[in-house]
Each structure stands twice: as structure tokens, then as C-alpha cells.
Design a protein around this ligand. Structure first.
Ligand SMILES: CC(C)(COP(=O)(O)OP(=O)(O)OC[C@H]1O[C@@H](n2cnc3c(N)ncnc32)[C@H](O)[C@@H]1OP(=O)(O)O)[C@@H](O)C(=O)NCCC(=O)NCCS
Length: 136
């Protein structure tokens, strides 16, 4: 995780602060879903759609899983399910933005059919954001 996404030296964001942001923040409360394993019935992260920077009316796919479950195909499975959901909801195209250094996320996006476009945003501190897209 880049430094701005980590829990800081004073312990923020706390669990209570995260709970509050999930309840009140539009970004979280719109179309992000909890990812739950059917067999274990534990919540391991989120996957869904957010209004992003792609194009108007074409949301972004977003996902994040707990580190302890990485590398077992869960992000790919969850992303595929969200693509089906987006298609049946009438969307014709989705976007996904990803840091150029985020190999795991870029691999997940490639596996579910996203392709990179010419669009990118270069941030000298955090890296380059790549814009990828997928027709449904
Ligand atoms: C990105 C993330 C959701 C992937 O979750 P996951 O369940 O491990 O993903 P999957 O198992 O479905 O697929 C991961 C793929 O990346 C590959 N991969 C992972 N780390 C890699 C690395 N360092 N180098 C090369 N490939 C890597 C895996 O081998 C796998 O590909 P494969 O199936 O061809 O072998 C998870 O790492 C995460 O939560 N990261 C932090 C949040 C984040 O970056 N979110 C996305 C923001 S755009």
C-alpha cells in the first residue's frame, strides 16, 4: 500500500472512523458490495462500481481484498460477478483505473477482459494511473 492508504502513526483511520465513513460516504454506500466466501461465510473485502473518472454514465470497477486471502482467485471471481451484474443493469462499458506498479490488480483486470487505453495520469509521487476499459 502507498503511504497515504496506510493506518498512520496515530492509529487513524480507526475502525470507528471507517465504520462512520462507510455509513455516510456516497462513494462507499452506492454500489460497492461486500465480498463474502460462501463456504466460510466471512467477509474478505469489497468489489463493485463507483462513479469514476472514465466517462459520464460509465462507472469504474473497484475491488480490494484482505491480504490474507490474496492469490486465490477471489478478486477475479468477484470482478466477474460484478461485470455480469453491470451488464444486466444496462451498462454498456466500464472503466477501471489502476496504478502502473499494481501488478496484481492489472493482472485481475486483464483476466476479466479490461484493456489499457491511451489515457493516463502521471503523479510524480505515487506513480502513473492507467485507464483501462471493458465493453459489456
Ligand atoms: C488486487 C487484489 C484485489 C487482487 O486480489 P486477488 O484475490 O489476489 O487476485 P486474484 O487471485 O484473482 O488474481 C491475482 C493475479 O495477479 C497475479 N499476481 C499477484 N501479485 C503479483 C506480482 N507481484 N507479480 C506478478 N503477478 C502477480 C497472480 O498470480 C494472479 O494472476 P494469475 O491468476 O495469472 O496467476 C489484491 O491484491 C488487493 O486487494 N490489493 C490491494 C487493493 C488494490 O490494489 N485494489 C485494486 C485497486 S485498482
Amino acid at each position: 500500500m502507498p503511504p497515504h492508504r496506510r493506518i498512520d502513526a496515530d492509529g487513524h483511520p480507526t475502525l470507528a472512523e471507517l465504520e462512520e465513513s462507510i455509513r455516510t460516504d456516497d462513494l462507499w454506500s452506492t454500489r460497492l458490495l461486500a465480498v463474502e466466501r460462501k463456504a466460510v461465510r466471512d467477509v474478505i473485502g469489497y468489489c463493485g462500481l463507483v462513479d469514476g473518472r472514465g466517462s459520464a454514465g460509465e462507472p469504474e470497477l473497484a475491488f480490494e481484498l484482505l491480504r490474507r486471502v490474496w492469490g486465490q482467485g477471489y478478486a477475479t471471481e468477484a470482478a466477474s460477478a460484478v461485470l455480469d451484474w453491470a451488464r444486466s443493469s444496462g451498462y454498456e462499458r466500464l472503466w477501471a483505473t489502476v496504478w502502473d506498479w499494481n501488478t496484481a490488480s492489472r493482472r485481475v483486470l486483464a483476466k476479466v477482459g479490461f484493456t489499457e487505453t491511451e489515457r493516463k495520469v502521471v503523479d510524480p509521487v505515487h506513480g502513473t494511473t492507467l485507464f483501462t476499459t471493458r465493453r459489456l
